[in-house]
Design a protein around this ligand. Structure first.
Ligand code: PXG
Ligand code: PLP
Length: 447
């Protein structure tokens, strides 16, 4: 199938060759949705419409689109040092970005390993956990604990600890062998229409204690969770849950990994989830907002003692046999520095915190719209869960998304029948009103 692009080019564009990621390729190619430009809160579609972006792209464009200082920094970097080898060579920008990030992080979480995506960051963090225990003479600590409905990217490590069934089932024959999962915290019977953190469910963290009793603490390397699960449909942790997980991990010498690919860089109205919840992990993964989505980058933040332990375990030479050609890429590092400047100069994390109550009231006004069985929120994240049509999970959600894009000039994200929204932190109150009005109209039109 071809489409005519009437904004940027009169040429016909063939859609056949590209195998699109996490997309219903056949449906998309019959009814394509193409974006050709972006600025601030809006995309421009190929047919020339201004589309209000309620999802910050895919949860990544936290400062809004095509921000001049970030664009300029990338242009300068591309023209100055296109690439520098990442192994046994360095370039100043990656060191500078690592230092700036370390300064933002709580406590001794002050070393940074760069990757190019959240998936790579996750696999890197899992390897660091193993290397750490080996460095302390505990190679038997090899088991990972994830959580049902967790999303940790698509590497074999990430899908093994991840708990989204569709992402695992085709690859089940080759997942990592030593993995268990905590139960999901989602509980509509007790917590539907919670504003902010739900009150019931803290005790679900105690299933870690059960796993410790089953396997022995000395076989468990790490627990990995998203502070707020994003991909599975915005699952906000119950009050006290993360604190309890931290307590149990400390008690049993298990590393706690927070996957903050979505919750990092202001999304909750604080620099990171660790700050928002006041719970400090041993390792933390980020991506997305680290460069405002403008250049691919991921990172793992590591507590000083872990870094020092791994380094001091070998006498000389390479301490950790892991890294990517593009770890700390000059364009990504430059984009990262410029992004941190924008976040700081515009006070965007504080702005997100200020807007959060308005956002909460706005999304909860959708309670009572057709088929809505839950509304939930935290920071500048909101979700509206719809009842599924009989035996057709995801059909209603897909229809609402298509309706929003085609007839309401609104970009939303759906996972199954859950609508997720996470606007850029520059969003104005009137735009929040528009998001909710447009989504409300779409919900009333989709049966
Ligand atoms: N961990 C978490 C917590 C994530 O949310 C990843 C790892 C993987 O990052 P990369 O950069 O490899 O994609 C993610 C990514 C969605 C959606 O709307 C969520 C993500 C990616 C794409 C879509 O559900 N999260
Ligand atoms: N595959 C081949 C054949 C390679 O040579 C390399 C890197 O040199 C890779 C994969 C890994 O690529 P990256 O370092 O970009 O992850």
């Amino acid at each position: 199938m071809t489409v005519t692009l009437d904004v940027t080019t009169p040429n016909e564009l063939s859609l056949e060759a590209l195998w699109m990621p996490f997309t219903a390729n056949r449906a998309f190619k019959k009814a394509p949705r193409l974006l050709v430009e972006a600025k601030g809160m809006y995309y421009t579609s190929a047919d020339g419409r201004q589309i209000l972006d309620s999802t910050a792209g895919l949860w990544c464009v936290n400062a809004g689109h095509c921000r001049e200082p970030i664009v300029a920094a990338i242009q300068r970097a591309a023209a100055t040092l296109d690439y520098a080898p990442a192994f046994s060579m360095g370039h100043p920008t990656s060191f500078e970005l690592a230092s700036r990030l370390a300064d933002m992080l709580p406590g001794d979480l002050d070393h940074v390993f760069f990757a190019n995506s959240g998936s790579e960051a996750v696999d890197t963090a899992l390897k660091i956990a193993l290397a750490y225990h080996i460095s302390r003479g505990q190679p038997g600590r090899a088991r990972f604990i994830g959580r049902v409905r967790g999303y940790h990217g698509v590497g074999f490590g990430g899908i093994s600890v991840g708990g989204i069934e569709n992402n695992r089932k085709a690859f089940a024959a080759q997942l990592l062998p030593l993995v268990d999962h905590l139960p999901a915290t989602h509980d509509l019977a007790r917590n539907a229409f919670s504003r902010g953190q739900p009150t019931a469910g803290k005790e679900l963290a105690d299933s870690l204690e059960t796993l410790v009793q089953k396997h022995g603490a000395d076989t468990i390397a790490a627990v990995i969770v998203e502070p707020v699960a994003g991909s599975a449909g915005v699952l906000v942790p119950p009050v006290g849950y993360l604190e309890r997980l931290r307590e149990l991990c400390t008690k049993h010498g298990i590393l706690l990994i927070f996957d903050e690919v979505i919750t990092g860089f202001g999304r909750l109205g604080a620099s990171f989830g660790t700050e928002y919840f006041g719970v400090q992990p041993d390792l933390m993964t980020v991506a997305k907002g680290i460069t405002n989505g403008a250049v691919p980058m991921g990172a793992v933040f590591v507590r000083r003692g872990i870094y020092e332990s791994v380094l001091s375990a070998v006498e000389a030479g390479i301490e950790f046999f892991h890294g990517y050609t593009y770890s700390g890429h000059p364009l990504a590092a430059a984009a990262g520095l410029a992004t941190l400047d924008v976040y700081r100069e515009e006070g965007l994390f504080a702005r997100a915190a200020e807007l959060a109550p308005y956002w909460e009231a706005a999304v909860h006004s959708l309670r009572g719209s057709p088929n809505v069985i839950d509304v939930r929120n935290l920071g500048l994240v909101g979700a509206v869960e719809l009842a599924s049509r009989d035996a057709k999970v995801g059909a209603r959600g897909a229809d609402v998304m298509a309706e929003c894009f085609a007839n309401e000039n609104l970009l939303i994200r759906v996972t199954g029948d859950i609508i997720a929204m996470s606007p850029p932190l520059i969003v104005e109150r009137e735009q929040i009103d528009q998001i909710v009005e447009r989504l409300g109209r779409a919900l009333r039109r989709v049966s």
